[in-house]
Write a protein that binds this ligand. Sequence first.
Ligand code: NOJ
Ligand code: CA
Length: 699
Amino acid sequence: MVCGWSSIDCVALADNLVHNAQLSSPDGDIVASFDIDEAGHPVYSVTYKGLPIVKNCRLGLTAKEVAADSKYTMECSDIASVDETWQPVWGEYAEVRNNYNEMSAMFRCSSGLDFDVKVRVFDDGLGFRYELPLSHNNYFLSITGELTEFNFVDDYTVFAIPGDYDTDEFLYTTSPISDLDNRLPRSRHSESTLIDGLAVQTPVIMKHPEGKVYVNLHEAALVGYPAMALDVNPQQLSFVSHLTPGADGMKAYVQLPFCTPWRTMIISDDARDILASQLIYNLNEPSKIEDTSWIYPQKFIGVWWEMFVGYGSWAYSDDISTRPGVTDYASVKPSGRHAANNANVKKYIDFAAQSGIKSVLVEGWNEGWETWTEGRKNRHFLFDKAYPDFDVEELSRYAKERGVKLIMHHETSANAADYERQLDAAFDFMNKYGYDAVKTGYVGYIIPRGEHHSSQWMNDHYIEVVRRAAEHHIMVNSHEAVRPTGLMRTWPNWVAQESARGGEYEAMGGNPPEHTTLLPFTRLKGGPMDYTPGIMETDLASHGHGNSSHPGTTIARQLALYLTMPSPLQMACDRPDSYLKYADAFEFIKVVPVDWRTSVYLEAEPGDYITVARQDKNSEDWYIGAITDENSRTAKVKLDFLPKGKKYVATIYADGKDADYRTNPKSYNIYSKNVDCKSTLTLQLAPGGGAAVQLKAID
Ligand code: NOJ
Ligand code: CA
């Protein structure tokens, strides 16, 4: 509905040009203003409940075909107001409200780039994007850079990872903006290409120095464009858009007319609202898949963790001269350590069937893993060719008989071009053997074109894979792909991504407990993560395979992560043996849902703690998850979100009194009590600990 100028305050000039156009959120708390500064540059500012957040921030793009600088005029459109709800295929809420005011500020100049800024202001933040109109002189543009600034008025505390063109697998650094230069580590990660100078990655969460407000900066609907990192100017408290270059150094090639992704700010004075915000999904297009009945949320186990802790290997043979598609594998000597063998996979299928876990992921099933050990340059896989000891026909029959699904694995080693070449054969193979989901992987930074993981060309690739997967009714879980930007609304078969430092690092040095109190404020705002919780055997050395990494967690915390790290695709990462050993704790993983009717964030502070309650989408039952950082904590959870008059049995999976993630991670208690909406649960969380609760409705 178009409702004129009701919530815009524009000072009209004689020729219908305006200065200082303001657009407010439906509740009036957030105000975005657009203007031309004294130099003639387009700028914007944002306030929240009267508090200036960012001020005089430059807007614009540069392109090879047009002059770099120009003096602009501004004209504004009418305001449109939208208030609608939509039903995600899966997620934290069965219904999402999409309520905003929208306008366009049209910036025109004589010699530079004409552009519109479309802005939507919601109660929980805003998004704006550049819309480049069709021009008579240029049918396409070669984008050389973006000028978007976020100039903070105060010296916020930032929880950030370093800006990188290839990976997001870092730990967070906490620092005032002004001191980021001294605190942000610049050491290269093995698969990374750190941005020169001082840069941070989005999504980034920031807290006002006096705690007055929280701001999350990110982007939404990253389509046909490179991902944005942020250059930091610590003295100016300023961040500037930094686009990932393509192989030839150009940032993007765009055909006109064109819209960039949305630049987003989620804003609230209550940290819980940042977690609850659906703003990034709201800024994405509705589902392009009409019939979504084949997309389903699920839990899975996998032939995976055992390789991380050292029981076996992905490769069939130790002979690194073995070549997929060239070598006859029947003549190759097996190493004897190959994990994806028929007998082992059957054990996982049996365990999944016994436990009511839907699927089994099998990594290392296909030809090519010998090239993996050789180095980065010459890796090659075949996606329709199984190793001789993985009988795909027999295993898919065996799984089907037991009501279990196999999950496919495609490690591409970042050779996206080769993957696209094989895609149809790979998906046909999956359809033939009844696979519904694939975990893709892009490990490595050398691919033939020399593209970065977050470049325009690669971003097109990820969407192409998801689009073609949808044609084959296949769900995708991509690892090492670009950080998500809410595109799962548009492509609900893109059920999860990694794109952050995940649970696998518990077997590679450990994740400090703080890490999972930050991911929901940062990485998860773009979409669900395949974090792979569920470690029960926290003493990795006890496996006896030489891995002595110390996970930064108690057992109870691993259970809580199923609530605090919501995803429609959740792994139970540990080995069946570990689950048999801790069978009472595993009971929670068996029952916890992965799809929700609604969610209530009860307590939250980035870097410190999160407590959330969620209602199962398919029953009256509720679940609670609470985690803390390295400090112990008492969570007092009022159950007033429960419906009045209804009784529940609460089963509480709590840290033991003596639990501590460093010294005693396996101490836990499980107990039950009857509760209702008037009850309060007191949950004692150990250092690095957590608590998980099932609230089962009594009929
Ligand atoms: C890295 C992924 O994150 C991990 O899950 C996978 O097992 C390996 N790559 C091998 O593809
Ligand atoms: Ca990874």
